[in-house]
Write a protein that binds this ligand. Structure first.
Ligand SMILES: [Fe+2]
Length: 374
């Protein structure tokens, strides 16, 4: 006799575009921040989350589109959070404060502890227990967490699989060097040619990181570092570009969470032929260009601008989704809407600054930038 099926759960794939992850996120009873951007992650309101034992808020911006989770958590002065084990890798970026993270595998595995500060970035490996402490007595810690939970929850719709799973990860990581200094490797898998890839899972200060390579092709004499987290499919990059310049507009897929380690500027985001959205940014701002939207970054400060882009799964790279010609995913300066340059020069003037964009860049499609200035 055929058993009647279990009562179906109404999750995912629905007309309202709320995925399993969204329904789970809403059940947690925490603040959820939406829209195009958050100007300062250090000041948004959070609420105690029983699951993790700390104040937390979720962030699902327009461009995240169920591709990545972003969460902000806070640890009170002097406090240590309860141990936790997550079955997927998670990137943590330190927005504010100083502390320690301890990770270990299995019930009695050797503990690795490392110390972090503002603008540190580290990976918490899947299947490892971890515990986070605020080592200062006078200031709360604020952390930004990034992972692929929205995608994997659409495949396995049981949160306990990710948060309360007795499975212990086999000994496969190089634990001796887990949080050692990052190493550079040659990478020939990039779509724009060979590049350097930094491999590691602890980066002490993204605001001070100076091992950068010229990012030829995106203009403004900008530099870049690509990072592959050790033993993980997760990766990211950080761009650094000079004061009083701006980069070329380009587009790709959703889910790149951009957090700002330093600098002052704005970005413009738009869908081809549609109204433009302006995102103002400075330290600890967060935004995500929606999939297939053009976006362009402008530095209106007196110091180099830095943006750290945490990447989604490779499936979401999304180049050339709407047009056959890959070159159509970038707009060269001579071909941009004249309003782009006018607005930039106007913003500079408001600050008593002058654009240092060379005239030649607006005339010559093959303009050669000077990459000697970071
Ligand atoms: Fe981009």
């Amino acid at each position: 006799m055929v058993q009647s099926p279990a009562k179906p759960k109404l999750l995912g794939g629905r007309a309202d575009k709320r995925f399993t992850y969204d329904l789970w996120m809403e059940e947690q009873g925490l603040p959820i921040y939406r829209g195009y951007y958050i100007e300062d992650l250090r000041t948004i309101d959070l609420k105690l989350w029983d699951l993790r034992g700390c104040k937390t808020a979720f962030v699902q911006l327009m461009g995240m589109e169920g591709v990545n989770e972003c969460r902000v958590s806070e640890i009170a002065p002097g406090e240590t959070l309860p141990p936790f084990k997550l079955e997927i890798d998670e990137i943590v970026y330190v927005l504010q404060g100083r502390g320690l993270t301890t990770v270990w595998r299995g019930k009695d595995g050797a503990k690795r502890t490392f110390e972090w500060q503002p603008h540190s970035m580290f990976l918490i490996p899947r299947g490892y227990h971890h515990q986070i402490s605020n080592t200062r007595g006078d200031q709360p810690v604020r952390l930004l967490h990034y992972n692929y939970l929205p995608v994997v929850m659409s495949a396995v719709d049981d949160p306990k699989f990710f948060f309360d799973n007795p499975y212990e990860r086999p000994d496969e990581m190089d634990e001796e060097s887990m949080y050692a200094e990052a190493k550079v490797m040659a990478d020939d898998t990039g779509t724009l040619g060979p590049r350097n890839m930094w491999y590691g899972n602890f980066f002490p200060d993204m605001r001070a990181w100076d091992k950068l390579d010229p990012f030829r092709g995106r203009g403004a004499g900008g530099h870049v570092v690509f990072i592959q987290f050790a033993g993980s499919p997760m990766w990211c990059h950080m761009s650094v570009f000079p004061a009083k310049t701006y980069k070329k507009a380009h587009r790709h897929g959703p889910g790149r969470a951009i957090v700002i380690p330093g600098g002052e500027g704005y970005s413009i985001m738009w869908q081809e032929g549609q109204e433009k959205v302006v995102v103002n940014w400075h330290e600890a701002s967060l935004f995500t260009p929606p999939g297939g939207w053009f976006h362009q970054h402008f530095n209106v400060g007196g110091t180099p601008g830095r943006y750290l882009a945490l990447h989604p799964m490779h499936q979401f790279a999304g180049h050339s989704e709407q047009v056959a010609d890959r070159a159509r995913d970038q707009i060269e300066y001579p071909q941009e809407d004249p309003w782009i340059r006018e607005k930039f020069e106007g913003e500079m003037a408001k600050r008593n600054l002058t654009s240092v964009m060379p005239d030649g860049a607006y005339r010559d499609l093959n303009f050669e930038w000077d990459y000697s200035k970071a």
